[in-house]
Design a protein around this ligand. Structure first.
Ligand code: ZN
Length: 706
């Protein structure tokens, strides 16, 4: 109540009767002063220095260069006045000892031996011997020879198309191109289809010369550029494969771990990535049926599905071991609500230099921390506890964040938000994904931050969304998935997976957001995502880093000090209503007449009425703010189910999950939707019941707020 005594409430209102309204949350005048003081601090030049230091050497998780970046981040946290520690975990990880690919034609003539090292003319960073050979983490070792089948992007529809064409993938090496889904899903579907192995390449149509100039003359992927990446089945569970649900403390004995060979998050067939230069001779010599029109990539010849014409010998020697990784944690105690945590994080490990992914996020986070440090020096203390996390081994499967979140599951029951950033700056177009409760909060914050391009981040966001850029690359994670549009305000996407919010949100029910600023970015997970690519193509004067630091830091400062939590359950209920309507249509089309939606619809209606009620009451601060806020938080936790999703109990959120067959993109009301997709009425009925129960629990939580 106290913090509202001198309040002048500032509202900005956008209202559209057709689509519903977005109402800005009030911020008191004294809070505004603190926020302005914060916004004045993040510095473009310093952010550029952080980026240059963090990207000076390749720093894959568990390497000594990775540890050096941990020490750098810890030093900056300490300098800002954060209570700082480097937290180790011991996790199951592979490095490539040897990768060899040989393609031969029908007569045994060698068409290609690879992989070709990544190389362009005139990049200062590319010859460093510490650059890891392109590989897929979580792939098993292999020594196998098989015929090749081309499967486009490796989506469920693509594999179905092959079956329609009577092309059998059983025992074959499946060649797929990157894009449109998570690479682990490509491997998972190939494994389910009985394939012997998978080769994933980057087609020039998707992020190379067909898009525009290639690096170093432009931002797109050059001929030898390869996308490394994890093929862990993170849609089963992320984190250390040997410790689902528990933290991989350094002294955890092996007897307490799941043996790696029994870990369902690990593929049983091998996979490795290559460049289009290495894929070209394979594709060119494949026989078999011509491909459907939209399977044709950017190389200048007609693609065929195979099999026939090419055999590939794939030799992968993976070096698996329990290795040490390092999160860096920095905290500031809260004065009024010390048990309520505001957590903000970004990963620090990179496949190679990782200038965009993730060092732009780390540089922005360090300037946000700098801003909070200056507030602390001026005597400010946050009302809630602030926790910054610099996560390790995100690239191998969200490992550092997952292990830390599992270790602190109890405390995180009182966390009021998790703010994520990862690929923070690859260009000027701001975008965000969020739980519906915080979508308006993100817009409100964007309204407060000046844009590097003039006006505010919100204005720039709105105009860039109106002129959807064709230059962006579809990495599967970079599109913002909108499953329900309930406002005509700027779109905020839904959280799927592919970054560190997953353990907080989908496992523990902490309301989360993810922000970034995008552009034409064709060098994802290659050696060329380096400092020289960054200053040539993304952000030469680092003003976008400064902008990201301000948005990210303001999320934290505002959430740490606000009285009544700015959760918008009205929007949540409206979106769920649309999810149910959409699922109902799909169920009718699938002929599932026995699947009744009434109970879930009624529960949503009740949830919606409770949300409207609490939103009204929230405008008149309650006598017991912590109690009121706990009720708000309980509603999000109520949406978790005890047993989790069928076949993947680690994922407990009943409204959002990464799709088992999309990987990055969010599947909404996943229990119900995936059962309908599988045409499994029994499962769908059961999942519908669990969903209705969760929605009723959430309604009860909101109704109980005093
Ligand atoms: Zn990343």
């Amino acid at each position: 109540m106290r913090e509202f005594a001198d309040a002048i409430l500032v509202f900005s209102l956008a209202f559209n009767p057709a689509l519903g309204q977005s109402v800005a949350q009030p911020v008191s005048a004294s809070e505004q002063k603190i926020e302005q003081a914060f916004l004045a601090v993040p510095d473009a030049r310093l952010a550029g220095e952080h980026l240059k230091t963090l990207t000076a050497a390749p720093h894959i998780a568990a390497s000594k260069e990775d540890y050096a970046t941990a020490e750098y981040v810890a030093g900056k946290f300490k300098a800002a006045g954060l209570e700082t520690s480097i937290v180790p975990y011991k996790v199951w990880l592979n490095f490539p000892n040897e990768v060899k690919i040989t393609a031969t034609d029908g007569s045994g003539k060698v068409l290609m031996t690879g992989p070709t090292p990544e190389h362009v003319t005139g990049d200062a960073y590319q010859d460093d011997p510490r650059i890891v050979t392109a590989f897929n983490s979580s792939s098993p070792s292999c020594d196998l020879t098989a015929e090749v089948v081309y499967a486009n992007y490796g989506t469920p529809e693509d594999f179905k198309k092959l079956a329609d064409l009577h092309v059998n993938i059983n025992g074959k090496i499946v060649l797929v191109r990157y894009g449109h889904n998570f690479r682990g899903v490509k491997v998972y579907l190939a494994q389910l289809g009985g394939a012997a192995g998978v080769i994933i390449y980057s087609d020039p149509a998707d992020d190379g010369f067909a898009k525009g100039n290639v690096y170093p003359n432009g931002p797109y992927r050059p001929a030898t550029g390869v996308q490394r990446g994890s093929v862990q089945y993170i849609f089963k569970y992320p984190g250390d494969a040997t410790t689902p649900g528990i933290a991989s403390d350094p002294d955890m004995p092996e007897s307490k771990r799941t043996p790696p060979e029994n870990a369902v998050s690990q593929p049983t067939i091998p996979a490795t990535p290559i460049s289009w230069q290495d894929a070209e001779p394979i594709l060119k010599n494949l026989t078999g049926p011509g491909v459907p029109k939209d399977w044709q990539g950017g190389l200048p010849f007609e693609y065929h599905t195979g099999p026939g014409g090419v055999k590939v010998h794939l030799l992968l020697k993976q070096d698996y071991a329990y290795r040490t990784i390092w999160d860096v944690i920095g905290t500031v105690d809260g004065t009024i609500y010390p048990d309520e945590w505001v957590v903000a994080g970004n990963h620090r490990d990179a496949w190679v230099y990782g200038a965009v992914d993730p060092s732009s996020g780390t540089a922005a986070m360090l300037e946000a921390v700098h801003g909070i440090g200056e507030l602390l020096k001026s005597g400010w203390r946050p009302k809630r506890r602030i926790v910054f996390g610099s996560w390790d081994a995100e690239e191998e499967g969200l490992i550092g964040s997952t292990e830390w979140a599992e270790a602190h599951a109890r405390h995180l029951e009182h966390a009021v938000a998790y703010f994520n950033t990862d690929v923070a700056v690859s260009g000027p177009d701001f975008s965000a994904s969020s739980v519906p409760t915080l979508k308006q909060f993100v817009r409100d914050v964007a309204h407060e931050v000046p844009s590097a391009k003039g006006a505010t981040v919100y204005d720039q966001w709105k105009s860039s969304q109106a002129t959807e850029s064709k230059g962006h690359v579809n990495n599967g994670f970079s599109e913002k998935h909108i499953n329900a549009r309930v406002t005509d305000d700027v779109d905020v996407g839904d959280l799927g997976s592919g970054s560190d919010y997953t353990p907080f949100f989908q496992h523990l029910g902490v309301p989360s957001t993810d922000i970034g600023s995008g552009g034409p970015y064709g060098v994802y997970h290659s050696a060329f995502d380096d400092f020289s690519w960054y200053i040539k193509n993304a952000d030469p004067d680092f003003t976008l880093l400064q902008q990201q630091a301000r948005v990210f830091g303001l999320e934290v400062v505002r959430m740490a000090d606000i009285g009544v939590l700015p959760y918008d359950y009205k929007t949540y209920a409206s979106e769920i209503e649309i999810y149910l309507q959409t699922a109902k249509k799909k169920a009718v089309e699938a002929g599932m007449k026995d699947l009744k939606f009434n109970a879930a619809m009624a529960a949503t209606e009740r949830f919606s009425i409770a949300a409207a009620g609490i939103q009204k009451r929230g405008q008149v601060p309650a006598a017991d703010i912590p109690g009121f806020n706990q009720a708000l938080l309980n509603a999000e936790h109520a949406l978790l189910s005890t047993n989790g999703l069928p076949g993947r109990p680690w994922y407990r959120h009943t409204i959002y999950a990464p799709g088992e067959f999309t990987g990055y993109a969010a599947v909404v009301i996943p229990g119900v939707n995936e059962a309908i997709d599988a045409k499994d009425t029994t499962r769908a009925v059961e999942q519908m019941g669990l969903l209705a129960e969760a929605l009723n629990r959430a309604a009860t939580a909101l109704e109980g707020a005093k």
